[in-house]
Design a protein around this ligand. Structure first.
Ligand code: F3S
Length: 390
């Protein structure tokens, strides 16, 4: 891989130890994937923030980098294992909280914006069309590539951090035009109206095509919230980092020969497959984290009502601040629901506390089952709220 003079100096340790270690990671990655050079990124989203996943070894690694490492581009964090302000109310154990605080402290020392969210594009980490970024978090990667038209590979925690500390990423994969072309046309002949329709569509397409890039035809319109849900679902069930949706997403693509279809019956079956029919003991809304519109709608739905079960509303803290200002937080908390910022029901250490998770997110169904061993119920937000308050 060709390095510029500055990049070579970074690799030689002239810009400090954290930068040298970061360059070693990026150069090794570039060589494995056949990159010819490094390119500049405008922002980074770092995943692997929960102490639950990092453990002591991960914390030591971060503390080491934080000794002389400072980020060179706007960098945000994926959800952590707890709400950094409201963790007691969510039942997070004190010793876990202290360790999670040390993790966040190390990130802060490096100059990372320590609001922890999987929807960084709602809080100002919003690259525009064609810009290169280095993001972790599969749903955000898929949203950035597909909906925003930015360009990112799906980074692991160390490589994203390395990009943050150097402002560089190796040029391969999703950064190159030739790897961003559709590989299969997916003709959708189904009613696409609700968020769960899009979650189910991601489930069906992901299961059919795996990591291939689809050109999806037949979806007439899709809101930001529906695209957020679809990005999370298709990335979870298929692993793709990019989709094209005709008339909706901005990237150009060649049209492949392979064609498949998705029917209404398949969407209905997917919804059944995503629902275990259990009796929920936790309701969780906001996977990926809620938009401003969603939290406004939820407040209106909860106004004057009481939830009878545990309910988490997961949202980025800056969006919660707006909700505070608008009185939505008070309405939601008066209902007995809990707002969880910086975290979610998947990354928080809640395994064993609940048995049946009710959610509007196909992605949360997957991780609720796989990671936390919950049974799941899959419904749209209005039904979840109706059920939790009656
Ligand atoms: Fe975000 Fe947690 Fe879902 S990180 S995408 S709310 S599993």
């Amino acid at each position: 891989m060709r390095l510029t003079k500055e990049e070579q100096e970074m690799l030689d340790g002239k810009h400090g130890i954290a930068v040298r270690k970061s360059m070693e990671i990026l150069v090794a990655l570039g060589e494995i994937f056949g990159a010819k050079r490094l390119i500049d990124v405008v922002s980074v989203q770092v995943s692997g923030v929960s102490y639950h996943n990092l453990g002591e070894a991960g914390l030591d690694y971060l503390a080491d980098l934080a000794k002389d490492g400072k980020v060179r581009v706007l960098t945000t964090l994926n959800p952590a294992g707890m709400d950094t302000e409201n963790w007691r109310n969510l039942g997070i154990p004190e010793d876990f909280a202290r360790k999670q605080e040390r993790v966040i402290g190390a990130f802060r020392k490096m100059g990372i914006i320590t609001t922890c969210t999987c929807t960084p594009y709602f809080v100002g980490n919003t690259p525009h069309f064609g810009e290169h970024v280095a993001w972790g978090e599969s749903s955000a990667v898929c949203y950035a590539n597909s909906v925003l038209g930015a360009r990112t590979n799906r980074e692991g925690g160390p490589s994203a951090l390395a990009s943050a500390l150097t402002g560089k990423t190796p040029e391969f994969g999703m950064h190159l035009d030739e790897n961003r072309q559709a590989q299969v046309v997916v003709n959708v002949d189904a009613k696409m109206e609700r968020v769960t329709d899009f979650g189910a569509l991601g489930y069906v397409i992901g299961n059919k095509i795996g990591k291939k890039i689809p050109l999806i035809r037949g979806v007439r319109k899709a809101s930001v919230e529906q695209l957020k849900s679809f990005s999370a679902s298709i990335a979870t069930y298929g692993g793709t980092a990019l989709f094209h949706m005709e008339g909706i997403t901005p990237n150009k693509t060649t049209v492949p020969d392979e064609n498949i279809s998705v029917t209404q019956e398949e969407i209905v079956s997917a919804k059944k497959a995503l629902d275990d029919g259990c009796t929920p003991d936790i309701y969780s809304i906001g996977c990926p984290h809620l938009s401003l519109k969603e939290i406004e709608d939820i407040a209106k739905m909860l106004e004057g009502r009481k939830v009878k079960k545990e309910m988490w509303i997961c949202v980025a803290r800056p969006i919660k601040r707006i909700a505070d200002q608008m009185g939505y937080t008070k309405i939601i908390e008066d209902s007995g629901a809990k707002i969880a910022s910086d975290t979610c029901m998947v990354v928080a250490p809640i395994k064993g506390r609940f048995k049946c998770l009710a959610t509007d997110s196909a992605k949360a169904c997957f991780y609720g089952r796989g990671k936390n061993h919950f049974s799941v119920v899959f419904r749209d937000i209005p039904e979840l709220i109706e059920e939790a308050t009656s």
